[in-house]
Write a protein that binds this ligand. Structure first.
Ligand code: GAP
Length: 433
């Protein structure tokens, strides 16, 4: 992988409207990023695919959308207020702060020595209410809102074990050292599942979800060859976990965690039951037994999925004697599925026909774009850079200049640059995969 690959990806992401530095006109704000017009389409495609695959297409899953700010007692019970911390060191000379596990013995900025390592809690706190604002927190994981609604979901839907509750939403961590673009930021999005099982059945569920993580990667187009499973050592696991597998990805800056899969036992339900006084046991209708279900948790970062897809899709080649950059996204996640062009912009009959084709296609595929800026070559390059799988050109043959080609268009493939003449119905079928 070329050394400047990451800079090229960050630069393309900004130039082409995927991801911008947060608050950029004020000089930025470390650890915060804004998604632009194509970034939000890409992100929504990822989230919709995940939700369809893990919630809508399964009978044993349902979703919630809980509040980001919860009663602070919930975060005390979950162990986050006391223990959700990273080791921090401060340089005695320049006072800069670093994560102790990411630096050596001396300050990388000035060579000074470090003071004592201390634990820095990553919870963002906030004041709730006008009078003497009560201290609360922005959630550091979406899981909390799922556990807090376990009883509500059981009481309203009466699901049979095993079943899972899914949630997609923002999470916040006051990271000591946000870095590597959207890989480690202070505000990010998670897609999480808490899958509740009978205590003796956790291993089978763990294996099933291990497979499902790979199935999701395949569906979005993250190559299997770039994903590596790591069994996390007991001393490195989160406080609630008895087994964790990290799914690492070969990012341009190294092999790093993409997703996690954890066996959280009954740690959370037990802790919330004790702290809240609510009965969170589950009554098994068949055995008439009451117990606290155990939990398998697959946790996916949306932003890391975006970054993995950008890294895997970024490509450069020579096409027709010209060098180009393109994103070879899987069509399922591509922000724009096809772009429609009139061959010439100053021929009203061509423009009218191209508009007709565009409107027809947009009815079955909403993520279609109109483009009549510059010449065809420029339009191709622009679409290649945002990863559009197909470009469709309406020309004089579409209008019937050669009668046998009436109502056909040229369909150009992003990866090969090859063009084919296809009838309108076939063009729609090819784009609407
Ligand atoms: N509920 C379990 C949990 O939150 P985690 O390993 O701390 O576990 C899960 O986070 C996933 O969330 C990670 O695998 C990653 O994809 C994403 N994630 C965590 N911290 C992040 C950060 N600072 N920036 C971007 N994504 C992050």
């Amino acid at each position: 992988m070329p050394e400047d690959r990451m800079e090229k990806i960050v630069s393309l992401a900004k130039r082409r409207g995927f991801i911008y530095p947060g608050s950029e006109i004020y000089g930025g704000f470390s650890g915060f990023w804004d998604y632009g017009p194509y970034g939000i389409e890409l992100k929504n495609n990822i989230k919709q695919l995940w939700w369809r695959m893990f919630v809508q297409e399964r009978e044993d899953m349902c979703g919630v959308d809980a509040a980001i700010i919860m009663n602070p007692e919930a975060w005390k019970a979950s162990g986050h207020v006391a223990g959700f911390a990273d080791p921090l060191v401060e340089c005695t000379k320049c006072k800069r702060r670093f994560r102790a596990d990411q630096v050596g013995d001396t300050c990388p900025e000035c060579g000074g020595s470090f003071g004592e390592v201390r634990q820095f809690n990553m919870m963002f706190s906030t004041q709730v209410g006008a009078a003497d604002g009560a201290l609360s927190y922005l959630r550091p994981e979406t899981a909390g809102g799922i556990f807090a609604n376990f009883k509500n979901v059981v009481d309203s839907l009466h699901p049979k074990l095993p079943f899972g509750i899914a949630q997609i939403g923002k999470a916040f961590r006051n990271e000591i050292a946000p870095r590597d673009f959207v890989f480690r930021s202070r505000e990010f999005e998670q897609m999480e599942i808490e899958y509740f099982v009978r205590p003796g059945e956790w291993e089978a569920a763990f294996e099933e979800w291990r497979e499902q993580v790979h199935a999701f990667n395949e569906a979005v187009g993250i190559p299997r060859s770039l994903v590596h499973e790591i069994e996390v050592a007991p001393e490195d696991r989160a406080h609630y976990s008895k087994r964790t597998i990290d799914f690492e990805f070969d990012f341009p800056f190294g092999r790093k965690e993409l997703y996690g899969l954890a066996y959280r036992t009954d740690f959370d339900l037990k802790a919330h039951a004790q702290a809240s006084g609510a009965d969170l046991t589950y009554l098994d209708e068949s055995s008439k037994e009451r117990f606290l279900p155990h939990v398998i948790e697959p946790s996916f970062g949306v932003d890391r999925t975006v970054l993995a897809l950008l890294s895997a899709a970024y490509a450069e080649d020579d096409l027709g004697g010209e060098s180009r950059t393109y994103l070879k996204f899987n069509p399922a996640v591509a922000p724009i599925k096809a772009a429609v062009f009139p061959l010439l912009k100053n021929k009203p009959e061509l423009v009218a026909k191209a508009r007709e084709v565009y409107a027809m296609l947009k009815k079955s595929v909403p993520q279609v774009m109109w483009d009549d800026n510059g010449n065809i070559g420029k339009r191709y390059r622009r679409q290649d850079e945002i990863g559009t799988p197909y470009c469709i050109t309406v020309d004089f043959d579409t209008l019937g200049e050669k009668p046998e080609l009436k109502d056909t268009v040229t369909l150009r493939d992003r990866d090969t640059g090859r063009q084919e003449r296809v009838a309108l119905a076939e063009m729609i079928a090819r784009v609407a995969v």
